[in-house]
Write a new protein. Structure first.
Length: 287
């Protein structure tokens, strides 16, 4: 399965390159703007793709960027801006031999700089590192509170080209909820990506079966689900990339057992009968 980066990290790279245009490639090497690690990377690193139940699979949750104050990009200042903003997407940041995290660690409070002395000796003087949390919050595309915020990477958008969300869309209590949508990333007319969103506010676990079709006379399990099955805990939000070319979504309520597993309906285990909804989000068209 192909990996992807948490969307907030793509926003960070775009934003920093907009705020410090001399530091964007070729002013710096493309490899200095790292996301996925090489084969030598620790497989437990946030630079390695991981699966996150309820969010998605093969997602990278770390980004590097150059420390080049001479080109207008001071990595430590950027990370300190983010630290002071207390952004809920943050897991931790590293720069100039120091580290902070959004949680307390052995004598250091949350959001507090502390010494960083890794075993491999790389104390991150040449670059900054930001790791984000391993859930759907990390896909938030709001600007980071540091340089380049609001600049949008230098691209201009017309009002008609802004992203849009559609919903809430009711998920039928019985039978299949079939959603016909304009094909995702289908070409020049509408090249935008799109995401399918669920949030469980029912007070209990509920299950869904989610399939998609590109109009090729077949349906496939929606990416990020367990062979098309999805179990959501109360208060949990789930967001998944709608595959390119998708023109139809098929959603069916499923029964859940006491452990939150999707099962065949029985007298004991029934599909949730309350009010369930989903929403579809489309990205903006950049010109």
């Amino acid at each position: 399965m192909a990996w992807r980066a948490a969307r907030s990290l793509l926003v960070l790279h775009q934003q920093l390159q907009a705020g410090a245009p001399r530091a964007r490639p070729p002013g710096t090497g493309a490899d200095e703007w790292g996301l996925i690690g090489d084969a030598a990377h620790d497989p437990t690193s946030d630079h390695s793709p991981h699966n996150f139940p309820g969010w998605g699979n093969q997602i990278v949750t770390a980004a590097d960027f150059p420390n080049r104050p001479d080109l207008g990009l001071d990595a430590h200042r950027v990370l300190d801006d983010i630290r002071r903003s207390r952004d809920g997407r943050v897991k931790y940041g590293i720069s100039n031999g120091q580290m902070f995290s959004s949680y307390a660690v052995s004598g250091y409070g949350a959001w507090t700089w502390r010494p960083y002395n890794p075993k491999n000796g790389d104390r991150h003087f040449t670059h900054g590192h930001l790791s984000v949390v391993g859930d759907a919050r990390a896909d938030g595309t709001q600007p980071w509170q540091t340089i380049g915020a609001g600049l949008g990477g230098g691209d201009e958008e017309d009002d008609d080209d802004m992203g849009a969300s559609f919903g809430p869309i009711n998920i039928e209590r019985e039978g299949v909820t079939s959603l016909t949508i304009p094909p995702v990333q289908a070409g020049v007319a509408d090249p935008r990506p799109a995401w399918l969103n669920f949030c469980n506010d029912t007070g209990q676990v509920y299950g869904l079966r989610v399939w998609y079709s590109t109009g090729n006379e077949t349906f496939s399990p929606f990416p990020g689900t367990s062979n098309g099955q999805l179990a959501l805990r109360s208060g949990q939000r789930w967001s998944g990339d709608i595959p390119a070319g998708t023109s139809c979504l098929s959603i069916l309520r499923q029964a859940i057992d006491a452990d939150g597993n999707v099962v065949a309906p029985t007298a004991e285990y029934r599909a949730y009968a309350g009010h369930l909804t989903c929403a579809i989000e489309r990205g903006a068209v950049k010109r």
